[in-house]
Design a protein around this ligand. Structure first.
Ligand code: 13P
Ligand code: ZN
Length: 290
């Protein structure tokens, strides 16, 4: 992921990172990126792997899907909570791991992140960490500055840990916002963070943020945007619509509708954050993409 996001940071765009819990989601996301010549990040959280996307089954599938396309695909451990989960993910073939110790004191966040960086880098895997804390929309988090990322601390944190990408808290929250609520992002803080760090920055809680906020965040230096809730909503809506169109329709038809809807959503998002057409391929050698 480091190379992917360093390119994005240098050229001023962002890469979408979608939590993809089954084949319809993973295939839709990866194929959307391939058709748009865009890099893409597929990610899984610990809870998602425990509840549904069991990594023994899902990780080989994602790796196979990634091998079939021409664009770079990163498999990221989302919000890794502890060292054991990080080690397991690295062994399974994740190409980036996030260590989230953002709810712990600064020194402990540094200590845990540094440990993961040492291990992951030795295995050629890059690392995302979080400073400040991006909370949950359902708890009303993200609306006051007390959890936002402090600029001086961020500089210190990166120096002490050697992380490859930093998730910053600038006003978004994860999950579903109340109806009609659009978060207000601290773009001044984002500008200060980017100027001070000059490295890939990550926005969590990409759902429900509004297109204008997302465009401004990318222009301000965000290079990875995590999205799950909105993709899940798109999938659920497609499912309902297909059923209403033809009550009792075959399950396969429902899954096909879900996959098509996710793919359309991701393709549009890729254009909003500007990662389309970043990878073009020269087929001149042998006329094939093999
Ligand atoms: P949303 O579900 O709000 O899009 O947040 C996703 C996220 O931050 C995953 O790490
Ligand atoms: Zn998140």
């Amino acid at each position: 992921m480091k190379e992917m996001l360093d390119n994005a940071s240098r050229d001023g765009y962002a890469v979408m990172a979608v939590n993809s819990i089954n084949i319809e989601m993973a295939r839709a996301v990866i194929e959307a990126a391939n058709e748009e010549h865009s890099p893409i990040i597929v990610q899984l959280g610990k809870g998602q792997m425990a509840k549904h996307a069991h990594p023994d089954e899902v990780v080989p599938m994602i790796i196979r899907l990634a091998e079939k396309v021409d664009v770079p695909v990163c498999l990221n451990l989302d919000h890794g909570p502890d060292f054991d989960t990080e080690v397991a993910a690295i062994h399974r073939g994740f190409t980036n791991v996030m260590i989230d110790a953002s709810s712990l004191p600064f020194e402990e966040n540094v200590r845990r992140t540094r440990m993961v960086v040492d291990l992951a880098h030795a295995k050629g895997v890059s690392v995302e960490a979080e400073l400040g804390h991006v909370g949950m929309a359902a708890d009303g988090d993200g609306r006051t500055a007390d959890m936002y990322t402090n600029v001086e601390q961020a500089v210190e944190f990166v120096k002490l840990t050697g992380v490859d990408a930093l998730a910053v808290a600038i006003g978004t929250a994860q999950g579903k916002y109340p109806e009609g609520f659009v978060p207000k992002l601290d773009f001044d803080r984002l500008a200060e963070l980017k100027a001070a760090l000059n490295m890939p920055l990550v926005l969590h809680g990409g759902s429900g943020s509004g297109e204008e906020n997302i465009r401004k965040a990318v222009a301000g230096g965000i290079n990875k945007i995590n999205v799950y809730t909105d993709v899940s909503k798109v999938a659920g809506q497609a499912m309902m619509e297909r059923w209403e169109q033809e009550p009792g329709t075959d399950f396969l038809n429902i899954m096909a509708a879900v996959e098509a809807a996710i793919k359309k959503y991701v393709k549009n998002y890729i254009h909003i954050i500007g990662s389309n057409d970043r990878y073009t391929f020269d087929f001149a050698d042998n006329g094939s993409k093999e």
